[in-house]
Design a binder for this molecule. Structure first.
Ligand code: PGA
Length: 231
C-alpha cells in the first residue's frame, strides 16, 4: 500500500526532520511493506531518506523566473524532489487553481518525469446528487490530464470528507474507485478523514492502493501505527 502524508501548513523544518528520523527509525526496527511518502510545507523540503520519500505539495510549472511566492524545478532539484501533489481540493477551492492551470502544471511536471499524485474529489452537493453526477464531476477533473502517464498516482478525496472527521463510507469508496478503474490504470489512493479507526476497512476495498492522509499523519507514531494495522 502507499501511505502518503499531506502536512498542509503544519510542521516546521525542525519538526519535519524529527518526524522523518522517527519514521525512519520505526521502519528500520519494524519494517512494513508499504511505500511511505510525506509532503511537508515548502520551508521543510528535504531529500528523501531510504524509507521516506519526500514530495512537494505544490510548485509552479517553471524552471525558475518571476513567479512571486512560488518555487520551480530549480528549487526542487536542490533537494532532489521529484514528487508533487497536483489538484488538491484546497488548491482548487481556496487558492483558486483552475482545471486549465492544473493541466499545465501536470504537463510540465510529467515532461520532467515527476511522480505525480493527482487529486480529484467532488463537493457534497454533487455526492448528494448521486453516483452518476459524481462520476461526471470526477471525469471532468481529468480534462487536459494524461491519465496514461506512467508516473501517475490518482488520489480520490471527496471534498466533504477532507478534515471533517467524516470519511466516505466503504461502499462509496468502493463504487467510486471501481468507476475510476474503468479508465485509470494508475494506483488509486483514497483520502479524506482516514484515521486509525477506518484504515483497515478502507485498505480492504478493492481498487484502493493506498491512502492520502492529512490530520492523522501529523504525528509520526500515529501514522506508523496506521501502517502496522494494515501490514
Ligand atoms: P484529512 O486530509 O486526512 O485531514 O481529511 C486529507 C487530505 O486533504 O489530503
Amino acid at each position: 500500500m502507499i501511505f502518503a502524508a499531506n502536512f498542509k501548513t503544519n510542521h516546521t523544518r525542525t519538526s519535519t526532520v524529527q518526524y522523518i528520523m522517527q519514521m525512519q527509525e520505526m521502519l528500520d526496527t519494524n519494517p512494513t511493506n508499504h511505500q511511505v511518502m510525506i509532503f511537508p510545507p515548502v520551508s521543510a523540503l528535504l531529500p528523501s531518506t531510504e524509507a521516506v520519500k519526500v514530495g512537494t505539495q505544490n510548485a509552479w510549472h517553471t524552471q525558475n523566473g518571476a513567479y512571486t511566492g512560488e518555487i520551480g524545478l530549480e528549487q526542487l532539484a536542490e533537494f532532489d524532489i521529484d514528487t508533487i501533489l497536483i489538484g488538491h481540493s484546497e488548491r482548487r477551492n481556496i487558492i483558486g487553481e483552475s482545471q486549465e492551470l492544473l493541466a499545465q502544471k501536470f504537463d510540465y511536471f510529467a515532461k520532467n518525469n515527476f511522480l505525480i499524485i493527482y487529486c480529484i474529489g467532488e463537493p457534497l452537493e454533487v455526492r448528494e446528487a448521486g453516483e452518476e453526477a459524481v462520476a461526471e464531476y470526477l471525469w471532468a477533473q481529468f480534462n487536459g490530464i494524461d491519465i496514461d502517464y506512467n508516473r501517475l498516482i490518482v488520489a480520490y478525496e471527496p471534498v466533504w470528507a477532507i478534515g471533517t472527521g467524516r470519511s466516505a463510507t466503504v461502499d462509496e469508496i468502493n463504487s467510486t474507485h471501481n468507476e475510476l478503474r474503468k479508465r485509470v490504470k494508475a494506483p488509486l489512493l483514497y483520502g479524506g478523514s482516514v484515521n486509525k479507526n477506518n484504515i483497515v476497512d478502507i485498505c480492504k476495498v478493492s481498487n484502493v492502493d493506498g491512502v492520502l492522509v492529512g490530520s492523522a499523519s501529523l504525528d509520526a507514531k500515529n501514522f506508523y501505527e496506521m501502517m502496522r494495522l494494515v501490514n
